[in-house]
Design a protein around this ligand. Structure first.
Ligand SMILES: [Zn+2]
Length: 248
């Protein structure tokens, strides 16, 4: 599918496996990457394909949340694979979860499960190097990309996980929203989600994004405000009907 320019100097690309979206925001000071895919080889491919957009270095990486298909490429942009290393940003809860994964038997079980899915996954897991972000956001942080472009990192509440971070490019009217919004399938209610708070977080997302914003989800095509409002209403209805647990 290739890179698609969502707005001036703001790009997205959908990747298999997992149909995960990677975002790029270009500033005079370098490139900011949103999410890093599900493995090192996949992240190397992203790095090579970034040259189609720019020769500038990746100075910043933002993980929208902790899930493997968004973070397992981090090592490609950290030392020793990249020098100087990019700053890698995520919400504090996501960083804590990634740091804990090294000693968590459930995380080991999950890696073993993926490795058992076939030779491609086994190879991916064999070379996996998990790198937790070195920069944390509690509620909000603004990055200056140079040339008058800033990017706002914002935690709007719990939803898909307890550490969802959205990435807003105010001059472009674009927000990368991770899996808080899903276009290619229904919202993913994993064991680590907060269904009872999710819709309220989406309300806050709409207010934060501003009128006419483009929302780029972690999986699927970009959507507008009405889609996000619709997804909030859908999640609210599921919780009211008792079809998903309200306590997360
Ligand atoms: Zn996810």
């Amino acid at each position: 599918m290739g890179w698609i320019e969502v707005a001036d100097g703001v790009f997205r690309r959908r990747y298999e496996p997992c149909d995960v979206t990677v975002g790029v925001v270009a500033g005079e000071g370098g490139l900011l990457l949103v999410d890093t895919r599900c493995g090192l080889a996949e992240a190397r491919e992203v790095r090579a394909q970034l040259r189609e957009l720019s020769s500038a270095p990746v100075r910043w990486v933002v993980n929208t949340h902790v899930h493997f298909d968004h973070v397992w490429g981090n090592a490609e942009f950290a030392a020793p694979r990249q020098l100087p290393a990019a700053e890698i940003w995520a919400h504090r809860a996501a960083v804590a979860a990634m740091r804990a994964a090294a000693d968590d038997p459930r995380a080991a079980e999950f890696r073993a499960y993926l490795a058992g899915r076939g030779p491609e996954w086994a190879a991916r897991i064999a070379e996996l190097v998990e790198v937790a972000p070195d920069r944390e956001v509690e509620r909000e942080h603004t990055l200056d990309l140079g040339g008058g472009r800033v990017v706002q990192l914002r935690h709007l509440g719990r939803g898909h996980t307890d550490g969802d971070l959205v990435v807003r490019v105010p001059d472009a009217g674009v927000v990368f929203v991770g899996d808080l919004v899903e276009e290619s399938g229904p919202p993913a209610f994993g064991a680590d989600c907060f269904p009872g708070e999710w819709a309220t977080t989406l309300d806050a997302l709409v207010a934060f994004a501003g009128p006419g914003a483009v929302f780029v989800p972690g999986h699927g095509e970009p959507v507008g405000e009405s889609f996000v409002r619709g997804q909030a209403a859908h999640i609210r209805a599921l919780v009211l009907e008792g079809r998903v647990a309200a306590d997360g």
